[in-house]
Design a protein around this ligand. Structure first.
Ligand code: ADP
Ligand code: MG
Length: 223
């Protein structure tokens, strides 16, 4: 039953996104078409100025398509018994590098956790997306904390930042495809996280204040 629910949630999400993606891709196309038309009719000097914008628009469209595909492809989750700490340890250098570049810190606090059913690739994507959001939210530096622990039959992954927090009115929009408050955002990162969590029968809890945001992802421990 739960797998069926996860599948339905996934299908629903994909349908919702089809309309969104058309809209998101049409915007850059309209911009680029407008510039090309100007180029045809007008002087060359403009080209220097506008070509970088056109390239940016194309890159954005490309990024949206790539992220969309990673959601829409009816991928099978290949879950096997695994240690969540192992996956985090593998990713740490990458997250640390990303943090250091913008003057932030990362700390990982873990205890030995029971083995749970994990799709290695999906988990890496979930952890990375959430950590990137955390780092991006810390506009003036701070520490990103990643913790794992065991609680009431669940392995809990906690990702916490000292960033700007999430507006109360935005909380219910989290995970909705294309919801973003960033100029350069795709609004697909959390949608991907929620669908991966659903496939793992994991729940996601969000706690946020002006001091920062904490995501708690709870994975059931198999009997
Ligand atoms: P994107 O990062 O491209 O904007 P996401 O789906 O990853 O898209 O996130 C959607 C929105 O949720 C973000 O634009 C931001 O407003 C909010 N958000 C997500 N994580 C955090 C966080 N850790 N701190 C503050 N806001 C967050
Ligand atoms: Mg993001």
């Amino acid at each position: 039953f739960e797998t069926e629910m996860a599948r339905l949630a996934q299908l629903n999400l994909v349908g919702e996104m089809a309309a969104g993606i058309a809209h998101e891709i049409r915007n850059p196309m309209t911009t680029i078409r407008g510039f090309l038309q100007l180029f045809r009719e007008n002087d060359r000097n403009m080209q220097k100025e506008y070509i970088p914008i056109m390239l940016e628009e194309l890159d954005r469209a490309n990024e949206i398509i790539t992220e969309y595909l990673s959601l829409a492809k009816n991928k099978q989750s290949h879950q096997q018994p695994d240690q969540i700490n192992r996956i985090i340890e593998m990713l740490l250098p990458l997250i640390q590098a990303e943090a250091v570049m913008s003057g932030k810190h990362v700390q990982f606090q873990f205890v030995d956790c029971p083995v749970i059913h994990l799709d290695d690739k999906e988990m890496r994507q979930l952890i990375l997306n959430m950590c990137m959001n955390g780092l991006e939210a810390m506009t003036i530096g701070g520490t990103l904390t990643i913790q794992t622990f065991q609680e009431n039959g669940y392995v809990v992954l906690l990702i916490s930042d000292e960033g700007t927090g999430i507006d109360e009115k935005h909380l219910e929009k989290l995970g909705r495809p294309f919801f973003t408050t960033k100029d350069e955002g795709t609004g697909l990162g959390l949608a991907i996280c929620y669908s991966i969590a659903a496939r793992h029968r994991a729940s996601i809890e969000v706690q946020s204040s002006s001091e920062g945001t904490t995501f708690l992802i709870r994975f059931p421990i198999p009997e």
